[in-house]
Design a protein around this ligand. Structure first.
Ligand SMILES: Nc1ncnc2c1ncn2[C@@H]1O[C@H](COP(=O)(O)OP(=O)(O)O)[C@@H](O)[C@H]1O
Ligand SMILES: [Mg+2]
Length: 254
């Protein structure tokens, strides 16, 4: 199982959207996929159609606090990646774990028993460089940075890279960048082109060859509990995520 985190401490840059749609495209390509929702907003969970999680259903917070095993927290549904859901209870778990011994390794250890059951585990991170994000990066082989073309991202990226370096030095020396996804790109805006050039400068061939343009189907799909591949299979958004996923497979499985 290859574990990949979607990270960027800025909100609204396409982390959840990229995680959802890359997961769907990996599944379409025949890979066994597990989603892990590490954002207390539970956007990934909701995007897959799980809008309310009953109190007695274990979530990722229960596996972090040792109240449930990862195997028991996995939700299976036909035709979709499996998911360990997350919700607002993650905030409580985060506080509870502040002083816990070996805290940063908790997620890594918790999901180890699942490693033969999946080809990929994709972790949707919160918009912060919090304890939860440190746990996610410690559990990951790889990370993907989604960047929205409207915001000059480079200041935030410096901070993100400091965090990645810290995780590599102290917890997870093998952590590596799979690639940078540019999202919400609008070719009519000149700022978007400027930002795309800046990202190319910074990341070179780590930038995926395909970018994700603004596409209303991508934004609509989660309201129906679907990814864009299911919701609008012929859309430009679905095509972009298929192409990026093919590149991820080439990079990770060569
Ligand atoms: N390529 C796109 N085209 C149109 N809307 C998009 C696109 N990518 C993301 N969105 C929308 O932008 C918003 C923010 O994206 P999201 O993935 O939730 O960001 P994050 O997880 O980084 O906070 C969501 O409403 C999402 O549906
Ligand atoms: Mg999100």
């Amino acid at each position: 199982m290859k574990v990949i985190s979607f990270v960027n401490q800025k909100g609204g840059v396409g982390k959840t959207t990229s995680c959802l749609n890359i997961g769907a495209a990996l599944q379409e390509a025949g890979r066994r996929v597990l989603f892990i929702d590490m954002d207390a907003q539970g956007s990934l969970t909701k995007s897959t159609g799980l809008t309310a999680i009953p109190d007695n259903t274990p979530t990722v917070s229960d596996i972090l606090t040792g109240k449930a095993d990862a195997q028991n927290a996995v939700i299976h549904r036909e035709g979709m990646p499996d998911i360990i859901p997350g919700d607002i209870r993650l905030s409580g778990a985060e506080v509870e774990l502040i002083g816990a011994a070996g805290r940063d390794f908790i997620l890594k250890e918790a999901i180890e028993p699942l490693s033969d059951a999946y080809d990929y585990a994709l972790i949707d991170c919160s918009p912060s460089l919090s304890v939860l994000t440190l746990m996610a990066l410690t559990a990951s082989d790889r990370y993907i940075i989604p960047v929205a073309a409207q915001y000059m991202p480079l200041d935030g990226i410096v901070q993100l890279m400091h965090t990645v370096d810290l995780v590599k030095r102290r917890m997870n020396p093998g952590l590596d960048l799979t690639g940078v996804v540019v999202t919400l790109y609008d070719a009519r805006r000149s700022l978007d082109k400027t930002i795309l050039d800046a990202i190319k400068q910074q990341f070179g061939d780590k930038l995926f060859s395909d970018i994700v343009r603004y596409n209303s189907k991508i934004a609509e799909a989660p309201a129906y509990g679907k990814d864009v591949l299911q919701y609008a299979s012929a859309s430009s958004g679905a095509a972009a995520y298929r192409a990026i996923t093919a590149e991820i497979i080439r990079r990770e499985e060569k």
